[in-house]
Write a protein that binds this ligand. Structure first.
Ligand code: SIN
Length: 532
């Protein structure tokens, strides 16, 4: 049902651009990859929005790394494996945990101003962490500060060219390998970018849900393009729901960082009860999947649309210095976070599934590398440990950049355009209310493919999504909203199909009709067959 390419193109009539390495996505993983490419090779980084508009920039909590004397690599590895609920790749976990401190040091050397305590990096805790090991910046503005430093560094690198407002429509393939991408640029429209090596770092797909912490750019474009190009995807049933997003009418579902619970905040139901006390021995600092499900059950039991986060017992100065961003947003809704309980509920936050990559970030499609949320690397398993995502982006970004550069350096020095073309067959021309289908899909995913799933609801979701795919994927759109809808639908279908197949409960995937973990049947990854 998925077309190979979203749009028609003909390389004989197209505008061409050539580069040694093409990086798709300008979040932490993409820019880290670009900065690892040596100066004698050209890197082109493309991003569909402004360069500051990535999920990485919105990260609040921080970056996990073993940095204190009373912590060990073993502890961080163990915490990651426990959260991942039996599906992490232990060698990958070990590798990322060990390479993390050097990546933090690099960020500091590049000018990132992390928060300090007595002259050393200040460390906090989040759910699932046995020790304080999360570095943070600007209180709760870690992503903003880290991306400021990396963007400055990338802009200063002479071999790196940055194109914003550039939508990657599809990956170009020839003879079973990736050779570049079809991009759309304002004023130019379609442009074929030919690259010796391509790094996909285009982030996640949280926008497939109505309630999400993700910015509007997170529409799964990279996952969908990789799938159409024939790369293997896996783990698509595992979407992580963050336990606490602000739930007040008119707010854009703003994230309330897990670091708030790391600093001691309580979760209370509408009657004021601390329901996590009875639910899990780790209380509010249990892994995210456990807390999100406890909140879901509490909302059902109390018949109330949210629960509350309470910071009123934490010293006022601590709250205000640690959470200036959250304070500002809540103030805008008349809430004083040092006194008032904050209404929260879970929302889609982080996709564990994506393009399968090996330890160096190689996908199954030759010449295509991938890093960050667009991948399934084996680090997160069935449930990502808090603050392990920016570190994954850094470690895998560096590895992809290195690997792609080495491979590009071995290829012939000049690139030529290949005789590729595609015509969308009989595109449906009637107008379509794209926003209406997009909103319907996002609402359906919350209702039928949310925190608690079962076969009946998943089948209903599949029927609706298949129906929409039939008339949306057969069109040729001319703008971003249409392509994003096509990508969201493609990803949603893969997610639902994977959730139907995994007849057990594990990590973030909870099936009320199969509530137990089944290691014998499902102690393995679910691989999505490539589309071509
Ligand atoms: C948070 O601040 O709660 C988000 C951190 C993360 O998702 O790793």
């Amino acid at each position: 049902m998925s077309p190979r390419y979203l749009v028609s193109f003909d390389s004989r009539k197209a505008i061409h651009r050539f580069t040694d390495v093409l990086v798709i996505g300008a979040g932490i993983a993409g820019l880290r990859a670009a900065l690892e490419v040596p100066p004698d090779l050209d890197v082109l980084v493309v991003t569909k929005d402004r360069i500051t508009e990535s999920n990485s920039s919105y990260a609040q909590g921080g970056i996990a790394s073993v940095l204190s004397k009373d912590d060990t690599f073993r502890n961080h590895v163990e915490d990651t494996l426990v959260a991942g609920d039996g599906l992490c790749d232990p060698e990958v976990v070990e590798m990322v945990v060990r390479e993390a401190p050097a990546e933090i040091e690099k960020l500091v050397n590049w000018g990132t101003r992390f928060d300090l305590e007595n002259g050393s990096l200040a460390l906090t805790r989040e759910g699932g962490h046995s020790h304080r090991r999360i570095v943070h910046a600007l209180g709760d503005g870690t992503g903003h500060e880290v991306m400021r430093a990396i963007i400055e560094r990338a802009k200063a690198a002479e071999n790196v060219t940055l194109w914003d407002d550039t939508f990657t429509l599809d990956l170009l393939t020839a003879d079973g390998a990736c050779v570049g991408a079809v991009c759309w640029r304002p004023g130019i429209t379609k442009e074929l970018v030919w690259a010796k090596q391509v790094v996909l770092a285009s982030g996640g797909c949280g926008m497939v849900y109505r309630e999400t912490t993700n910015p509007p750019v997170a529409t799964g474009d990279g996952m969908a393009a990789a799938y159409r190009a024939g790369a293997e995807l896996r783990d698509m049933e595992f979407m992580q729901f963050h336990p606490t997003i602000l739930y007040v009418a008119g707010s854009a579902r703003y994230l309330i960082s897990e670091a708030a619970r790391g600093e001691g905040a309580y979760l209370r139901d509408v009657h004021g009860e601390r329901f996590m006390l009875a639910d899990d021995p780790r209380h509010e600092l249990a892994p995210r999947d456990v807390v999100a499900r406890a909140i879901f059950r509490t909302m059902e039991r109390t018949q109330h649309p949210n629960v509350y986060l309470d910071l009123s017992h934490i010293p006022r100065e601590t709250v205000l210095s640690r959470f200036p961003g959250i304070n500002k947003v809540c103030k805008g809704f008349g809430l004083d976070i040092t006194k008032d309980r904050i209404p929260v509920r879970p929302g889609a936050h982080y996709m564990m599934g994506g393009a399968t990559v090996d330890a160096d970030g190689r996908t199954t499609l030759p010449n295509l590398w991938a890093a960050g949320e667009v991948t399934s690397s084996g680090l997160h398993g069935a449930n990502r440990l808090a603050s392990n995502s920016l570190i994954e982006g850094l470690v895998y970004g560096a590895r992809c950049g290195r690997g792609a550069a080495e491979a590009a350096a071995k290829m012939p020095t000049t690139l030529a355009a290949l005789p590729l073309r595609h015509a969308v067959a009989d595109p449906i021309a009637d107008p379509l209310d794209v926003a209406d289908v997009t909103n319907s899909l996002r609402a359906l995913m919350v209702r039928k493919m949310g925190i608690v799933r079962d076969r009946t609801r998943l089948d209903e979701a599949r029927t609706d999504v298949d129906f929409w795919c039939r008339y949306v994927l057969a069109r040729e759109f001319k703008d971003r909203a249409g392509w994003e809808l096509q990508n969201l639908l493609t990803v949603a279908r893969l997610m639902i199909e994977s959730a139907v197949r995994r007849t057990e409960s594990r990590g973030t995937h909870f099936r009320s009709d199969f509530p137990a973990r089944d290691d014998a049947g499902w102690g393995r990854r679910h691989v999505v067959c490539p589309a071509v």
